[in-house]
Design a protein around this ligand. Structure first.
Ligand code: ATP
Ligand code: MG
Length: 264
């Protein structure tokens, strides 16, 4: 797999000039397109990615302090959780498969496939990507998604009885606002990674990391390794002090400030 992955990266890179000013962004796009071609990214995932890119551009394509604050609160919440679950969709599988698996192992979280545009083929394709990235178990595929989230209609409400159904904390990204709201109504803490601080998901979540999953996942792993040694009390204190509204406001102020200072 690693060899195939390397040669894939190599072929993408060979098409993009070394000195292209937006090389990283183009490589990320290629990963999403590849996911589409391999059947695990939905066509709508391309549109979602474009919306994310726009917000990332506005934020300077760097992790800002408000995201770091949210990441630390997320790590404290995940370390305190009894049943943490990482909910995975096509875009996430395309962008951060290894990091999903690594974070899952660090915090002892289940990994569950959950799709807005659910088909068994896509579920299985995502499971394959995650297993190739090192996952031992992937929930929410086929018959495993036999439980339902109340208040949601359509295929999106199907979840694993061993995963999201019993989770106390769910980490998700590129999620729809309705489902985020339904999970919060079920009493779960939702940690959302979402570049758009105005989305319903960003506003409904318990903790919103306004950052790109590409940068947020490695940082989550980094802070888990640091904060693992913290006492329960210290972790609880971080969670208690965290204010998601203040973080969302800070992200909007940052964008406004940045735009007001740009001279063309
Ligand atoms: P909502 O239903 O929550 O209001 P939406 O319908 O506007 O959201 P979707 O298109 O369903 O949004 O989901 C995509 C979301 O994910 C967008 O808010 C987009 O900014 C964000 N997004 C896209 N790519 C990334 C990425 N790489 N990292 C983090 N967030 C991303
Ligand atoms: Mg939506």
């Amino acid at each position: 797999m690693d060899k195939a992955q390397d040669s894939k990266e190599w072929s993408i890179r060979s098409l993009i000039p070394e000195n292209h000013p937006r090389k990283e962004s183009l490589i990320i796009r290629e990963k999403i397109v590849e996911g589409l071609e391999e059947g695990y990214v939905a066509p709508q995932g391309l549109i979602a990615h474009g919306r994310g890119e726009c917000f990332d551009y506005l934020m300077g394509e760097k992790t800002q302090q408000f995201a770091i604050d949210a990441i630390k609160a997320s790590v404290a919440t995940l370390l305190l959780a009894k049943h943490p679950v990482i909910s995975v969709n096509g875009n996430m599988a395309a962008l951060v498969p290894k990091e999903i698996v690594e974070l899952g192992k660090e915090i002892n979280a289940k990994i569950e496939v959950n799709l807005f545009y659910r088909t068994v083929e896509r579920e299985k394709a995502i499971e394959k990507v995650l297993r190739e990235a090192g996952a031992d178990e992937v929930l929410g595929v086929g018959e495993d998604a036999s439980a339902t989230i109340p208040e949601l209609f359509s295929e999106r409400r199907r979840v694993s009885p061993r995963g999201i159904l019993i989770a106390d904390v769910v980490l998700l990204a590129l999620e729809d606002g309705d489902r985020t709201e339904a999970l919060v109504k079920m009493g779960k803490k939702v940690i959302a990674i979402d570049l758009n601080p105005l989305s319903r998901t960003a506003r409904m979540a318990s903790i919103t990391i306004v950052d790109n999953v590409i940068r947020a996942f490695p940082l989550l792993i980094k802070y888990v390794r640091i904060m693992k040694s913290y006492s329960r009390e210290a972790l609880e204190e971080i969670v208690k002090k965290y204010d998601n509204k203040a973080v969302l406001t800070a992200s909007l102020k940052f964008i406004a400030q940045r735009l007001s200072e740009i001279s063309l």
